[in-house]
Design a protein around this ligand. Structure first.
Ligand code: NAP
Ligand code: MG
Length: 482
């Protein structure tokens, strides 16, 4: 028997008004059914927005301390459910259990950061320019906020957006990705257990077109926080032009790792493996291009490809697995097609490229793949693949490396491995990316630091840090004469 899950609207579990259902597949087992979820309709979205709008009247008047108590209780529920939740993330996304545990841990760390940060989050006051006038900037909640999340971090991204929104006095309608609805619905269950007032948080599952688009376009929704592809980000930006709804868009990347001749090669190879193949290359901050200075290119590649061949690809629940499958059939086809295209364009397959067992693999498995001799004209250099594929190019000088790294529409994360301070400094100044790492892999981040891309990797205020809260408030300029 496959369990059926409902939407969480106005504090109750309710079926969609339509009859259609969404199946959740475990990507390690083709054809499996983890559960049936509501394939909701635009009317369901309207119901949820209506509930959130109604709940906002009371929620906006709660004190920061009251909201902190609710969010602290949510985080306690999350901590108590960490093992159950990590298992669900692995089952429906495919990443290893170790990675799923790290995802839950990251959500807890970020959640606690925002919980404390909001105590010190308020506008400034001033004496005013005229006699008897006092001024202050008052932060106020926006109202209903739409949260749309991707499948690669099905619970962490939801928390990174939802908790700051709630702490600053907004109410939320959340749409999980269709590959990973279970994590989303599970999070709604934690909100219920934490006892938040009805309507403050609502979760509606279903497609981007029938749930996501109506959520973005509804004039009652004051802000949309979205993480996903650049393509859908662009669609959302065009859709909100009519209502001028505020957006926070965390999008795709084509993140470069630069390795200089003087780098610690062992460390650099580990960084390439960690950020290239964790979550099967499906972090937005995954390393996807490797730029090697000519002096170390051959020895780096030898070490990297040997490391790739040793990696165990399999079911994320299996303790021996280093890397799980990609998230679903569409991903699998896209990544395989990108590898074939790269070879047709003249790149050389130095590792991977094939499924772990020839014939019909039991799931959407792709071996850690390295393509060399990649030049900027090739699609594999330019386009986000979002799979376990590293595209390798070589360079002579740091200046050439920066030109290569910046030859991209994207600008999310980046990294350099070097032991020369002046090279590190020149890279930090010259790299076009929202995250710049020196001797650290491209996926590393901390909650007190802004998290977001530049160029076509993002728009609006970054998540985390102070800006993660700032996105969710209006600023009212107050002038008092007395
Ligand atoms: P996606 O296809 O853009 O989907 C993201 C979310 O948007 C899903 O919930 C999707 O629903 C929904 N959606 C689709 N069309 C929509 C529309 N017209 N209006 C509103 N919502 C819509 O991205 P994905 O494949 O899930 O995630 C992978 C992408 O996310 C990669 O490009 C990756 O780089 C990026 N990413 C970025 C960050 C970051 O912080 N910068 C973090 C993680 C991932 P359905 O699932 O129902 O289609
Ligand atoms: Mg799934």
């Amino acid at each position: 028997m496959v369990e059926t899950f409902e939407n969480f609207v106005n504090g109750r579990w309710v079926p969609s008004r339509g009859a259609a259902m969404l199946e959740d597949e475990n990507p390690a087992r083709r054809g499996s059914r983890l559960g049936l979820f509501q394939s909701s309709t635009p009317e369901d979205v309207q119901d949820a927005i209506g509930a959130a709008d109604e709940a906002f009247r009371a929620w906006r008047r709660t004190t920061v301390a009251e909201r902190q108590r609710h969010v602290a209780e949510f985080l306690r529920q999350l901590e108590a459910s960490r093992d159950e939740l990590a298992r669900i993330v692995t089952l429906e996304n495919g990443k290893t259990l170790r990675e799923s545990r790290a995802e839950v841990e990251s959500a807890l760390v970020e959640g606690r950061y925002h919980l404390h940060q909001v105590s010190a989050f308020y506008g400034h006051t001033g004496p005013g320019a005229w006699r008897d006038i006092t001024t202050w900037v008052q932060y106020q909640p926006l109202g209903v906020v739409g949260v749309i999340s991707p499948w690669n971090f099905p619970m962490n991204v939801m928390c990174r957006k939802t908790l700051p929104a709630l702490l600053t006095g907004n109410t939320v309608v959340f749409k999980p990705a269709s590959f990973t609805p279970w994590s989303g619905v599970f999070m709604a269950g934690l909100v219920e257990r934490a006892g938040l007032p009805a309507g403050v948080f609502n979760c509606v599952t279903g497609s981007g077109s029938l749930v996501g688009a109506p959520l973005v376009q509804d004039p009652r929704v004051r802000a949309v926080s979205f993480t996903g592809s650049t393509e859908v980000g662009r669609t959302i930006q065009a859709q909100v032009a009519a209502t001028l709804t505020r957006t926070q868009l965390e999008l795709g990347g084509k993140n470069a790792l630069i390795v200089m001749n003087d780098a610690d090669l062992g460390e650099a190879v580990e960084a390439a493996v960690t950020a290239g193949f964790s979550n099967a290359g499906q972090w937005c901050t995954s390393t996807s291009r490797i730029l090697l200075q000519r002096g170390i290119a051959a020895s780096f590649l030898e070490a990297l490809t040997a490391r790739c061949r040793r990696m165990v690809v399999g079911d994320g629940l299996d303790a021996a697995t280093d890397m799980g499958p990609v998230a679903g059939p569409g991903q699998y086809q896209d990544v395989c097609a990108a590898i074939r295209q790269a070879q047709a364009d003249g790149a050389r397959l130095a590792a991977g490229g094939e499924a772990p067992d020839a014939g019909a693999p039991p799931g959407y498995f792709i071996r850690p793949t390295v393509l060399t001799d990649v030049s900027p004209g090739m699609a594999v250099f330019r386009e986000e693949i979002f799979g376990p594929v590293l595209a390798v190019s070589e360079f002579g000088t740091l200046e050439e490396a920066l030109d290569l790294a910046n030859n991209s529409a994207y600008g999310l994360s980046s990294s350099i491995f070097t032991n020369t301070l002046s090279a590190a400094r020149a890279y930090i100044d010259g790299i076009e990316a929202g995250l710049a790492h020196v001797n650290v892999h491209t996926g590393y981040k901390e909650p007190s630091m802004p998290f977001g891309g530049i160029k076509q990797s993002g728009a609006g205020l970054p998540e985390n840090s102070q800006t993660g809260l700032e996105f969710f408030v209006d600023r009212k300029a107050v002038y008092v004469r007395a």
